[in-house]
Design a protein around this ligand. Structure first.
Ligand code: FAD
Ligand code: UDP
Length: 377
């Protein structure tokens, strides 16, 4: 017997789930598979003693797009959490993002004019013309102290390479402000879903067939074999693939580069409050992790005891989890070559952070998935 689906969706992350939800609403039959043993991809949260543990690193939903905010609000109520991380450099604590609180602590100044003057003094005479890399971008915006203490070490351990070999856009993700405002994002809409992110994906996938611990290649092969043997098999018109695009093509043009992470979780049932903030960054090179997150603070201290996660950046090799695309010139060029191949795959769509090889935040992923739905359906 043959079971037929309109779409085989590879990946239960945000992209695959938004697409499946919308396709199902439009009467399409989807089968969603994931090689992991849980749904939700990197936004997966797990509840422990009333604490939602962000299993793959801190996830704060933020957007400037009202439509995307309203869309996500259909699936969850968002609390009013505002991300205000702190940074520790050689035992000194600073506010992030770079703002008057940071400058005041660094230089003992009080006014925006004094801060601007200090930065001007620091960049005066530096040989920076047209911005070519992250180091030049950071120095020209914030001066040498901010760069040396809060950016250089963090960035080099996060990306495993010199700041001069990284694209400038990475640091432009962070606001630089001459006001006393510690909000890490400039978007008007921000929050954490009450009940965790996994519940959002559960709602999106409600009524849709999901198979976990199922890798695409193996699944495809097994269905082909079953069909050849005259056994029950599954067929589909189209595939939406949200895994790594280079893996899909068997790395035939070479490897795209990624950065990986190792998450070290520490459960402290006896401790009520470990660090007093959801996110603390460790910006010096010598400390091997980039940040410690304390999950209960995303929901204003709810839950018993506490759980923290240290985030260690790692180089990526085949088989590791690819958390970040490395969008430098070389990799972007290789990606566009893969896109050329992708355009010849008539019945396969590529989406999400890995399928589109972009340093996408969640709101952009939802936006891109909805755009794909518009185009496709
Ligand atoms: P994913 O969540 O990666 O989902 C892809 C799924 O496909 C995975 O479940 C994977 O197992 C599955 N898959 C891959 N290959 C195969 C295969 N061959 N067969 C079967 N299944 C396969 N964004 C924000 O907006 N705010 C934040 O604060 C934020 N913090 C982040 C922190 C970290 C540490 C990281 C890494 C990302 C962060 N992001 C944040 C980005 C956010 O995680 C992504 O935008 C979003 O999760 C991407 O969704 P996706 O569906 O594209 O990918
Ligand atoms: N960054 C930094 N110091 C910090 C925090 C961030 O230099 O304390 C830089 C670093 O290069 C990082 C980039 O800013 O990769 C983007 O930071 P963001 O917090 O957006 O990173 P993500 O949450 O995506 O890992």
């Amino acid at each position: 017997m043959k079971e037929h689906f309109n779409y085989l969706v590879v990946g239960t992350g945000l992209f695959g789930s938004v697409f499946s939800y919308e396709a199902s609403r439009r009467g399409k039959k989807c089968l969603v598979i994931d090689k992991r043993d849980h749904i939700a991809g990197n936004i997966y949260t797990r509840e422990v003693r009333g604490i939602h543990v962000h299993e793959y690193g801190a996830h704060i939903f933020h957007t400037s797009n009202r439509e995307i905010w309203d869309y996500m609000s259909r699936f969850a109520e968002f609390n009013h959490f505002i991300n205000s991380p702190m940074a520790i450099y050689k035992g000194e604590i600073y506010n992030l993002p770079f703002n008057m609180n940071t400058f005041s602590k660094l230089w003992g100044i009080k006014t925006p004019d004094e801060a601007r003057e200090k930065i001007r003094e620091q960049i005066d005479g530096l040989p920076i013309g047209e911005i070519r890399n992250l180091e030049e971008q950071a120095l020209s915006l914030a001066g040498t102290d901010v760069y040396e203490k809060l950016i250089k070490g963090y960035t080099e351990k996060q990306w495993g390479r010199d700041c001069r070999e990284l694209p400038a856009f990475i640091i432009k993700r962070l606001p630089l402000r001459f006001t006393y405002d510690n909000n890490y994002f400039s978007d008007p809409y921000q929050g954490i879903p009450v009940g965790g992110y996994t519940a959002i994906i559960e709602k999106m996938l409600e009524g849709t067939e999901v198979r976990l611990s199922t890798d695409y290649r193996e699944f495809e092969k097994s269905q082909k074999t079953a069909a050849e043997r005259g056994e029950d098999f599954i067929s589909y018109d189209k595939v939406l693939y949200t895994g790594m695009i280079d893996e899909y093509f068997d790395y035939c043009l070479g490897n795209l580069e990624y950065r990986s992470l190792q998450f070290e979780v520490e459960d402290m049932p006896e401790c009520d409050n470990y660090q007093g903030n959801a996110v603390i960054n460790y910006t010096e090179r010598e400390i091997p992790y980039t940040r410690i997150i304390e999950h209960k603070h995303f929901e204003f201290g709810k839950g018993e005891g506490t759980i923290i996660t240290r985030e260690y950046p790692r180089s990526w090799k085949k088989g590791d989890e690819p958390y970040y695309p490395v969008n430098d010139e070389k990799n972007n060029k290789l990606f566009s070559d893969y896109m050329e191949l992708a355009s010849r795959e008539e019945n396969v769509l590529f989406g999400g952070r890995l399928g589109q090889y972009r340093y996408y935040d969640m709101d952009k992923v939802v936006e891109a998935a909805l755009q794909m739905v518009e185009k496709e359906l």
